[in-house]
Design a protein around this ligand. Sequence first.
Ligand code: ADP
Ligand code: MG
Length: 702
Amino acid sequence: MIDASKLTEEFGCLVFNDKVMRERLPKDIYKAVHKTIEKGTHLELDVANCVAATMKEWAVENGATHFTHWFQPMTGLTAEKHDSFISPTDNGGIIMEFSGKELVKGEPDASSFPSGGLRATFEARGYTAWDPSSPAFIKDGSLYIPTAFCSYTGEALDKKTPLLRSMEALSAESVKMLHLLGYEDVNRVNTTIGSEQEYFLIDKEYYKKRKDLLFTGRTLIGAPATKGQEMEDHYFGVIKPKVSAYMHDLDEELWKLGIPAKTKHNEVAPSQHELAPVFETANVAVDHNQLTMEVMKKVADKHNFACLLHEKPFEGINGSGKHNNWSICTDTGMNLLDPGKKPGENIPFLVFLIAVIAAVDDYAPILRLSVASAGNDHRLGGNEAPPAIISIFVGDELAEVLKGVEEGSAYQGSGKVQMTMGATVLPHFTKDNTDRNRTSPFAFTGNKFEFRMPGSAVSVANANIVLNTAVAREVKKLYEKLSSFSADELQGKIMDVLRDTLLEHKRVLFNGNGYTDEWVIEAEKRGLPNLKSLPDAMPYWISDASIDLFTGHGIFTKEELCSRYEILLENYSKSVHIEALTMQEMVRKDLTEGIVAYQKDLGKEAVQKKSLLGDKSAALECKLLKDLDEASENICKALDKLYEDTKTAEGKKEALEAARFYQETVLSDMDELRKYADEAEALIPEKYLSYPTYGQMLFSLR
Ligand code: ADP
Ligand code: MG
């Protein structure tokens, strides 16, 4: 265990971070690298050579024998290919080498990564390019170099490239706006992200016995346990010793990698937990979240757990999300979403707040899409996660501020309200200026927005690409309006422009309970989209509005958008397909085996009893036999239907049509089959089942 008094030294000990660079690089080289990181300038080869040599030296000292360009292809996972530092010498020995060229550029064969038709397989060449703004680190004896991944012709094949492009777009538009507002010292605006990661832990032995968890990440059958989350006794509950040991170990591993893991607690569902880091610059935060997910699984394995990151591993209890806390901050240290003491008079705050409101309203379908996956569809719209309708919660105080903007009367701000709890022994403190509204998909939380729709399993890159770009677009629109005024006019006109923009978009503001049916009706009246599934939302990705947005800011070309459209749809269909096959196999083999074995014993018992005690005896055995028989008959019918429809789905060639069929037909077949399978399972004693039940998986951790 880490010695707590040494933590400040241990933190980031496996990272080639700023401290290491300052200590080891010659001054001019260090400065050149910094300029690249801060200003995005090009890095010369001699600088790269020097950095590479220093990196290698440091990595070897820390036990690394290999290096790898680490990238994030469109599978949503990470990819790596390792090369050793060794190079043979004339006398049959080796030396350890690493050149600037090897640091800056890699050439993985791109043909086996999804490209959505961006290149034919014979054009297999792909390039990885070093991202100096995300620090390299050591893991499992290799030096990991964060990189962007593109095709031979320069199209992005990953999630990092468009994320970096979107950060730059938002920065450029924001800087222009801030200069207009008189903040001329600002040179760059940074997107900051803190992503809270939810997860489940279950016993590893149980995990290995369930094909559904192994192949799809979620349970496809399983009768509910007699206890769920209704007692509300798990959220923030005492952390069990085994889980606590896991969390300690996890924190340590993450800290060594320079990941600022900060908060840990039990979540709402049994066996569900959360980890939140301190926020960081967007691309580093995204890299760190990818790494966090990987380390979570690895450490779990060491502790004989399986860490489930799927958005909906269990039916009937809460799924897992990844709240994306998002803000924008200038290089002069100004958080543009901080209302300050007088929000009604804080012009930069109001400009950026209203730009965000407009962005979320104008691009709601695309924002919805940015979090769409087969897994997350099960979560959004359930009464536990944000609904699929996108609205913004601003809280009472900001609502007053915005009312002031609408009515042209600058709201003075209530300032902080003193909180008293009625007992003098308790400290007095000030209240936050927003309450919590857990039902809102997009909530203002004091000095940032919390986007709650992202799912637990996937990279948050997409959500932030869309958010950054949409806000960049609205800032640009506001700039175009404001810059048409002369300097003298500007002061008088700003509030008018903000008011008009707010009036145009205020339909997206909603402070009430997002889980109610009334809200669904009200949202429809307001014209807000309610896109329940990925196939419903997908056409918006290649709509004119989307193409205009993304090409306009240089985030995606039309070809890149189309390729991502194909990949998302294919990925969706493949996921549901695997689920359908796995479910059939589990029902046909594992569940049926249990049903048959139990029925056999019941039958034997009934025959014996009846011969001894007469026909009226064995009532319970006979009833159970009959119930199981009825369930089996229904299972049989539902299984046939699922089998036929899965075959039909396989034949669908067009991507959207196939995804629709999977969503409308195959998934509902699976629901039907599950209903009967669960009915049967609920009747069978655990010892007859080859796989663990919900009760065992969710309530056996100590
Ligand atoms: P809650 O569970 O109430 O949402 P947490 O403390 O679990 O709160 O998470 C809040 C997250 O918001 C943390 O990851 C934190 O680092 C992040 N955060 C705080 N300030 C900012 C900011 N300016 N930009 C981005 N993220 C932020
Ligand atoms: Mg949160």
